[in-house]
Design a protein around this ligand. Sequence first.
Ligand code: GRF
Length: 216
Amino acid sequence: MTAKTRVAILISGRGSNMRSLVDAARAENYPAEIVLVLSNKAEAEGLAFAKDRGIATAVVDHKAFSDREAFERVLQAKLVAHGVELVCLAGFMRVLTGWFVEQWRGKMLNIHPALLPSYRGLHTHERALADGVKIHGATVHFVSPEMDAGPIVAQAAVPVLDSDTPAALAARVLEQEHKIYPLALSRVASGAARIEGSCVRTEEEPDAPAALIWPA
Ligand code: GRF
């Protein structure tokens, strides 16, 4: 098979989405390999899991830098040193500069816990409950200079129940995040999913669904 795409995952904490990507990438025919897990926080729980799996890890503490771009230039050097071709943001809690986003245009994915373009930003589950929406979910998208925007690769929808708390809804969404992120990374890494204008199309299989509806 052709060489696997070299992927770095950027985290800031728990790292459950990172784990789902690492686990999926263990399959022989998965088109991506995780070569680096990088955190801006030394105490990020996900780092131990990555180390345990024999994956290279790095910590770049943003607090050690006077401005965002100085921090990102060190991140960039680590990514280049590891021969990274594609970046996956997975709960990476730093706003990125236009400079960094430009370095990875069309080569950086993010997972957001809402059905974009609804509920950009933080506290998505609380806001969805407050609005009384009946469907909520998660989105994997290419990163663009505008936050929580960019071409959508995959989405998952879940029902919102009357009895939901933010935590209960978050858990239902997270379960689906762990399915769509590996799906999206696989399609992007293999070249099956490509950006076309502001959308993502799957060239080989134009009608292959990139949406999951709970319970799937
Ligand atoms: C997830 O809900 C993800 O959608 C959001 O941040 C959370 C990260 O969780 N961007 P984890 O660190 O992957 O467990």
